[in-house]
Write a protein that binds this ligand. Structure first.
Ligand code: NAD
Length: 487
């Protein structure tokens, strides 16, 4: 018998303590080899002045055990409180959000009885990097940041997860028909890594049709890997489609620490009544057991839970004509699962986790994908200067800019909201007060940075209100920037 694995446990707020007690009772009865360390998180911590809902000393436990079983918390209303989940994800580098979405028809009503898929969402980058600026009176900007190492980590994780869990197909979803550089990189890295997993089928879908297919034919998907924002949206769509948001678990996996929780919140409306369904947290604990290599215990609990569900053992929110007797309370439900330890479900499909297979978690020192470029040769070819100007005629702005452009640069194009408005713009194009003015090397030869400084000095002397610049570079001779719409 292996040694007990230390894990950090937080009972959370609202229904958190009730469902955690029920979950730990099942884990103990099933022989989980764990040694819980309890930490306090949530509402009381926020109110005690810890703006992220966690006391500084609790980080020590998380760093030591590296495994966190977390009950939901209540985020107090009002400003100044930061999301605990976002803080934990970012501070500890939990880059992969893993959300299995499974239907349990006919015990849980759903239009899609055969659905059994897993969404693996990138958790740290994309529009969630939190880099936002107000640039002009009319324009606000949020930067979408995608890195090659970030893509490699999440895509490799998705394939490793598929391999370790006997999944057959990984579908990548992006919007690279529009965002050719950022989403394009995600898709490209997917295509580079896929051949390393020849036994797994692959597929790519544009996120819009992918979401539509997910909503109408979820049974055709197996593992989906996608960027942060799309993953956030489709994982809620998918959980809702199963008809059982209250049963869904999730894992947040990092190189060092991983966190397991139900997807629902602290349900203050039913807290303290002993009627909450502990299933989401229990299934999260099953994911945790698989993660720490206790697949035997995970399988016993999961199959006992499926047996209880098909035997009509249902908590209040699932209760229907096919349920047995009165709705079960949280602890009675846990005891019913315990009674079934060792049973296999007869109607629902039993789970089999086999022997422990490690899902390889990428580390910063991992070799990059086979075709990843080494450091590219970078040459500076121009600059985009974003200007705040309340104008109506782009020709006026062009004339002002041209008058002060140094000889080694030339004004090539002006766009507004990405659309070319000079030269040869259309009067119908709506213009805001935010103009992107593209200056390129006159000779086509690479520029020194001092050329850009000279341009900005000249613009400042003319009173041009530039609010941001982006260097335009070639990487190994390839354009490192997009062309303007209509350019
Ligand atoms: P919620 O998920 O707590 O509740 C939504 C509805 O689902 C309620 O009617 C509730 O009674 C029901 N429900 C949820 N879990 C249930 C369960 N296990 N058994 C039976 N019924 C269940 O969402 P909410 O009401 O929007 O949020 C309540 C609080 O939870 C808020 O403070 C929110 O910030 C927080 N929250 C925390 C997390 C987290 O800790 N990961 C996630 C979501 C929301």
């Amino acid at each position: 018998m292996s040694q007990a694995v230390p894990i950090t446990v937080a009972k959370g707020d609202g229904i958190g303590p009730e469902i955690m007690e029920a979950t730990l009772r099942v884990l103990e009865a099933a022989g989980a080899r764990i040694a819980p360390e309890f930490i306090e998180i949530g509402e009381q911590q926020y109110l005690a002045g810890h703006s992220s809902g966690i006391a500084p000393e609790s980080w020590d436990s998380l760093r030591r055990t590296k495994v966190f079983l977390k009950a939901p918390i209540t985020t107090p209303q009002g400003g100044g409180f930061k999301s605990l989940n976002v803080t934990i994800r970012k501070t500890l580098g939990l880059y992969a959000n893993v959300r299995p979405c499974v239907s349990y028809a006919p015990y849980v009503k759903t239009l899609h009885p055969k659905m059994n898929l897993v969404i693996i969402r990138e958790n740290e980058e994309d529009l969630y990097a939190g880099i936002e600026h107000r640039q002009t009176d009319q324009v606000y900007q949020c930067l979408k940041v995608i890195t090659r190492p970030g893509c490699e980590k999440i895509i490799r994780y998705a394939f490793e997860y598929a391999r370790a869990n006997g999944r057959r197909k990984v579908t990548c979803m992006t919007k690279d028909n529009i965002m050719k550089m950022t989403d394009g990189l995600f898709h490209k890295v997917f295509d580079e890594i896929a051949p390393e997993y020849p036994e797994i089928q692959t597929d790519h879908m544009i996120i819009d049709i992918g979401t539509a297919r997910l909503a109408t034919r979820p049974e055709t998907f197996d593992v989906i890997v996608t960027l942060n924002l799309y993953g956030d949206i489709i994982s809620d769509v998918a959980a809702e489609l199963t008809g059982s948001v209250g049963l869904a678990p999730s894992a947040n996996i990092g190189e060092h620490v991983s966190m397991f929780e139900a997807i629902h919140g602290s349900a203050p409306d039913i807290a303290g009544k002993g009627i909450a369904n502990p299933s989401g947290l229990l299934l999260a604990a099953v994911m945790m057991l698989v993660h720490i290599g206790q697949t035997d215990v995970a399988e016993r609990i999961h199959n006992a839970w499926l047996s209880a569900i098909e035997d009509g053992i249902h908590t209040a929110e699932l209760h229907s004509q096919i349920s047995v007797g009165r709705p079960f309370g949280s602890m009675d439900f846990a005891d019913a699962v315990i009674d079934r330890l060792g049973n296999l479900p007869q109607k629902l499909t039993p789970v089999s986790y086999g022997s422990p297979v490690e899902v390889k978690v990428a580390s910063a020192s991992d070799a990059p994908a086979a075709q990843a470029p080494a450091t590219a040769e970078k040459t500076l070819m121009g600059i985009d200067v974003f200007v705040h100007a309340a104008l109506t005629l782009p020709d006026d702005l062009a004339a002002q800019l041209k008058a002060c452009t140094p000889a080694d640069l030339e004004l090539q194009v002006i766009t507004n909201r990405g659309v070319k408005v000079w030269p040869g713009g259309f009067p119908e194009t709506f213009c805001s007060d935010h103009w992107r003015c593209r200056f390129m090397s006159t000779s086509g030869a690479p520029l020194p940075h001092t050329s850009l400084v000279a341009l900005l000095s000249a613009l400042a002397a003319q009173g041009v209100d530039f609010i941001k610049t982006e260097n335009l570079c070639h990487f190994d001779g390839q354009r490192g920037y997009s062309l303007a719409q209509g350019q």
